[in-house]
Design a protein around this ligand. Structure first.
Ligand code: MEV
Length: 439
């Protein structure tokens, strides 16, 4: 690829043509392919284009649904956007399994979000600390316009603290603020408040006679929300008497419960397993987060940081077997919104939220964590009984067959054949070659 300046100013067609030219494609093939994925309503396409920059086309992902999710007694059909085969199937199976065993239970532990102003200051910390309430008052006054609507909705700024961080770096301090952003994710709200806090702090120091000339010199490094939200926490669980688990994929209830429990212990103690284990949880979480127009990178980053809060990266889910009761739970931070951002702009996230009964943000936290737990239950159940490949390869087989452009008849024959044979790219190719020569 060559370097180019002014790329962003080109029209969409010009951008695609430039890429095509770089790829040595002079036949408009790329333009045809990319434009075939454009929405047929130009107004709608403009909405998609404007989500990002230098947009060329739309990248399709499957949008599926997991029915029969019973959460706190309510039955839900939960939308999921995910490209990995087996995820929706596994979550659906887990939802069905728990349907007759009380479903998923969930409670919100807290919904606080955090923002920070990081600054350098060569002053007397105790002096600032003693009169920081004054600065705090001023910060609340100066952000009154920004917070007006949020306060009317019952949220706003909960606390503003001054932190001495000099144990980490010379002259390093923080303003750590806590927010309740109600049903919005609140990133813009938090960042706007923080930037105002920084200005207020600078003005307050500059005009306060208690500070010396040297102390009036303050350097704001940055103002930004933290995606680590350990106080935006939800706990979701499933539980039943062990015998109610029944025969699980050939294992009696007691044996299954014990193997399951051990699998969770391993994921709590071994970082290699913990990472894969939590990846499975995020298969469920990210898919709902994406379908509802939320920021899956923020949820992932926070979840992984939370998984390492003890100093070692561990499983996010946990299990107990006590007094004959099997209990499996997931407790983790999930900071999402159900208003603002992409939630109402993307037609499918709007629909997703409608499918979920237009939930509040706390309720969406519960739904998302239920799907994370369902996904995790499905994975551990397979791993400790039949092995993961059985279900996986069945779905994978269909992908491989599609690769070889198998007909419907060939797909049926292959599905039958591979019930008792190992699926691999080569074995499917050979099988198709054999049936095609005999056709
Ligand atoms: C695959 O996407 C996810 C699993 O590896 C999760 C797990 O091992 O628990 C099946």
């Amino acid at each position: 690829m060559e370097l180019i300046s002014g790329f962003s100013k080109l029209s969409k067609e010009e951008k695609i043509k430039w890429i095509a030219q770089q790829l040595g494609d002079s036949s408009d093939e790329l333009l045809e392919q990319f434009s075939s994925f454009w929405h047929n309503d130009p107004h709608q396409q403009r909405v998609f284009d404007e989500f990002s920059e230098n947009t060329l086309t739309n990248y399709y992902m499957p949008f599926g649904v997991v029915p029969n999710v019973i959460l706190n007694g309510e039955t839900l059909a939960v939308p999921m956007t995910i490209e990995e085969s087996s995820v929706v199937a596994a979550a659906s199976k887990a939802a069905k399994f728990w349907q007759s065993r009380g479903g998923f239970h969930s409670e919100i532990i807290s919904t606080k979000k955090i923002g920070q102003v990081h600054f350098l200051w060569k002053g007397d910390y105790n002096k600032m600390y003693c009169i920081f309430d004054e600065a705090k008052e001023q910060m609340l006054k100066d952000t009154a316009d920004i917070t007006k609507n949020m306060r009317q909705r019952g949220g706003g700024i909960l606390d503003i603290e001054l932190l001495d961080m000099c144990h980490l770096d010379d002259n390093y301090y923080q303003i750590k603020a806590t927010f309740d952003t109600c049903d919005s994710m609140g990133a813009n709200f938090i960042n706007s408040c923080l930037e105002q806090f920084a200005k207020t702090l600078q003005n307050w120091i500059a005009s306060n006679e208690i500070f010396t000339d040297e102390e009036r010199d303050i350097t704001i490094i940055m103002c930004i929300l933290s995606n680590y939200t350990p106080e935006c926490l939800v706990k979701t669980w499933v539980e039943c008497p062990i015998e109610d688990l029944g025969i699980v994929d050939g294992l009696d209830a007691q044996t299954f419960a014990l193997k399951f429990f051990k699998a969770i212990e391993i994921a709590k103690n071994d970082v290699y397993r913990a990472t894969t284990h939590n990846k499975g949880i995020f298969n469920g979480i990210d898919a709902v987060v994406l379908a509802t127009g939320n920021d899956f990178r923020a949820i992932e980053a926070c979840g992984h940081a939370y998984a390492a809060r003890s100093g070692q990266y561990r499983s996010l889910s946990d299990c107990s077997i006590e007094n004959g009761i099997f209990k499996f739970w997931l407790e983790m931070p999930i900071a999402v919104g159900t208003v603002g951002g992409l939630t109402s702009l993307h037609p499918l996230s709007k629909r997703s939220l409608e499918m979920l009964g237009n939930p509040s943000a706390p309720k969406l936290m519960q739904i998302i964590s239920a799907l994370g737990l369902a996904q995790n239950f499905g994975a551990i159940k397979s791993l400790t009984t039949t092995g993961i490949q059985k279900g996986h390869m069945k779905m994978h087989l269909l992908n491989i067959l599609r690769n070889f452009e198998a007909t419907e008849k060939e797909v049926k024959q292959a599905v039958e054949h591979f019930k008792n044979n190992t699926v691999s790219f080569n074995s499917v190719r050979e099988f198709l070659a054999t049936i095609r020569t005999h056709a």
